[in-house]
Design a protein around this ligand. Sequence first.
Ligand code: COA
Length: 150
Amino acid sequence: MLISFDYENDSHLKFSYQLLVERYQNADRINTPGLSLTELPSYQDHFEWLRKQDTATYYLWQHQGEFVAQVFLRSSSSEMTDLAIRNEVGVFVLEQYWEAGIGTAAVSALLEEHPHKTIYAKINPENKRSENLFKKLGFQNITNIWSVNH
Ligand SMILES: CC(C)(COP(=O)(O)OP(=O)(O)OC[C@H]1O[C@@H](n2cnc3c(N)ncnc32)[C@H](O)[C@@H]1OP(=O)(O)O)[C@@H](O)C(=O)NCCC(=O)NCCS
């Protein structure tokens, strides 16, 4: 079940922080774009960072009464291309729930929540799980950007 993220709800914030802690602990395996491997932010820092994400809409995915994933839609800039991306989807599933269809279900529900929009995903080419998930939902690779610095 897709649930709108509520910044006033402690259980929502705690789950979001739990996902972040897991990403830091397993950074070698949980290979995601945009994660700088400096020190793990404190719970309070994470909360304040989340509240500042005013171009993002966050959701949690609940499975059998438990929060198991977070999905979002946001506007962002790409570190690799310097290009702004509107409607970028992101998804994070607790590792113990991987490969059970949760990521697909959560992204699918987010797409239904935002119909008639072109939605983008930034995917690390080494992240085959993510690539397969988005391919399965009909996403196509459109990147063919060249540039020069002179
Ligand atoms: C990427 C991620 C969201 C996938 O979530 P998930 O719940 O495991 O995904 P699903 O179970 O829905 O699987 C999606 C597809 O991935 C593929 N897949 C599953 N296991 C795989 C594996 N070991 N290797 C490669 N592809 C795999 C399958 O094609 C699967 O589709 P299927 O249902 O037809 O088998 C999850 O691994 C995750 O949170 N990773 C860390 C954060 C991240 O990388 N986010 C994406 C960047 S925005």
